[in-house]
Design a protein around this ligand. Structure first.
Ligand code: HEC
Ligand code: HEC
Length: 257
């Protein structure tokens, strides 16, 4: 009882603090997105995708050992905590602040409702009934037409994994965009966009072939808005969805147990 009360009041203070922070520095959605990327690149290995991997600290819920203000967090990021496992990050003030913006915004993401899943059952669903490997690759097996999910458990929070399954169209990441190109000679080709510069673009087609196009030679070129991934909302039971999420969350890349 007491425990839950404390948590709730912390959450309140926290929302106020985050409001003040956003107003003060006028962070944009892009800042928060950049902060999220930096968090995944620099912090997730130790602090985990939910920010709670180190005992006594919950970065997304504002539970710290000593820092109080946002400026304190920036200072900890840049200087580390001497004598502990928290290393100084080689990062300028502006970048450290985008991480703070991300930590603050992360608190607003509701917890996943798909709890109590079993990762081993999820793996069987992934490879069997779900046929997820027809588009996705995990470590060394599966298709490359969709994103590689080998370390998706490090890259995404549980809630984000849940959303990918239930409502894939809600959050197609820029790096996962599909494009359709129509060369001046020949039919349209759809594939996952890999690279693009002023003159050329590269995509991975449905047969997993890398194809390069000269933009000047295209009749038409468009980014597809809709997700290529079907929603699994009605294809699985809640328990099966929870199992899949649990499996995805367990995927931490080849070098992480
Ligand atoms: C090599 C592992 C490691 C990395 C990488 C790391 N941390 Fe930490 N961090 C720790 C440890 C361990 C502590 C706990 C220090 C202590 O005992 O006070 C900590 C503590 C913290 C604290 C809390 C200080 C407090 O008062 O409780 C913050 C904030 C923090 N880290 C943010 C970050 C951010 C943001 C990043 C990425 C830019 C990051 N850390 C990267 C290991 C790491
Ligand atoms: C027809 C191909 C296809 C199938 C089948 C498919 N996916 Fe996807 N999936 C995609 C594509 C493409 C994306 C990239 C983003 C988008 O288009 O939504 C994606 C995105 C994802 C993401 C988010 C990745 C990220 O970086 O955030 C997860 C998680 C995921 N899929 C899991 C699954 C699981 C689990 C299954 C099986 C139940 C499955 N997918 C079946 C094509 C597919």
């Amino acid at each position: 009882m007491v425990e839950s009360k404390v948590t709730r009041s912390t959450a309140c203070v926290f929302l106020l603090a985050s409001g003040a922070l956003l107003a003060q520095h006028e962070y944009t959605a892009t800042d928060i997105e950049n902060g999220g990327r930096q968090y995944v690149n620099n912090c997730v290995y130790c602090h985990g995708p939910e920010g709670d991997q180190i005992a006594g600290i919950s970065l997304f819920r504002g539970r710290f050992k000593r820092v109080v203000s946002d400026d304190d967090i920036v200072q900890v990021i840049r200087n580390g905590v001497p004598g502990t496992g928290m290393p100084a990050q080689n990062m300028n003030d502006a970048n450290a602040r985008t991480i703070v913006a991300y930590l603050r915004s992360a608190a607003a993401v509701p917890a996943s409702t798909l709890t109590g899943g079993n990762a081993a059952r999820g793996k069987s669903l992934f490879e069997g009934k779900g046929a997820c490997t027809t588009c996705h690759r995990v470590i060394n097996s599966g298709s490359r037409t969709g994103p590689d999910l080998s370390d998706i458990g490090m890259q995404r929070r549980v809630m984000e994994l849940e959303k990918s399954l239930l409502d894939p169209a809600s959050g197609v990441l820029p790096q996962h965009r599909f494009v359709q190109v129509t060369p001046k000679s020949g039919p349209a080709i759809t594939g996952r966009l890999l690279n693009q510069d002023t003159f050329t673009l590269q995509l991975l087609d449905a047969q997993e072939r890398l194809r390069t196009f000269v933009i000047a030679d295209l009749r038409e070129y468009s980014v597809l808005k809709n997700s290529r991934m079907p929603s699994y909302k009605d294809k699985f039971s809640r328990q099966e969805l929870a199992d899949l999420v649990s499996y995805l969350a367990s995927l931490k890349g080849p070098n992480k147990p």
